[in-house]
Write a protein that binds this ligand. Sequence first.
Ligand code: MG
Length: 222
Amino acid sequence: MLATLVMTCCLVGQAGAQDTLGQAPPNGAIVLFDGTSLDAWRSQSGKDSPAPWTVADGAFTVKPGSGSILTRAEYPGDFRMHIEFKVPHMPDATGQARGNSGVYLQGRYELQVLDSYGLDSKNNDCGGIYQQHKPLVNACKKPEEWQTYDIDFKAPVLQDGKEVEPAVVTIHQNGQLIHDKAPIRTTPGGVSTKPATAGPILLQDHGNLVSFRNIWLLPITK
Ligand code: MG
């Protein structure tokens, strides 16, 4: 499946932005989902519980009500991450009820997933860092279309357990810059609101049938 994704990789013309759909994991990357198995993930509700979401057609989809899932491993330090997502078409829902999920970096910082196509983006819309930063531009595609996040995450610096430098993110959505070296604080709903030097990736169950595929993480060594 991954090979198929890579072969379908394409460019889009929007503002010259390069879409990264199907981008292959670079050398040294940890593949978090290869299209077939959620073995790298577990249920948030139980350390030994497998992730109960539905895998089909090279992707997986939230199983509403089953709870969020997170990687079994934690990743220390800085990393680059690629993830593809698709929000459902929910014409009768609005706001936070329309295609909501989230990608929690270190399990602590929510990069919002939502159907925000065509809206004047706010902090809590798709591409926002929940309750902190709205995206620089609304780069959203229509619901039912696959989208990409390419994330450069710089871990916070802690001394004696206290944060002395915040985490910083640069993020592209569908090839467009939506956060440029933005300092961030932890957000609610993850594994903890206490800053840490390592953490998992968590994907949010917000009751909507959001799908994900082609997820990899490249640790950055200094
Ligand atoms: Mg969310």
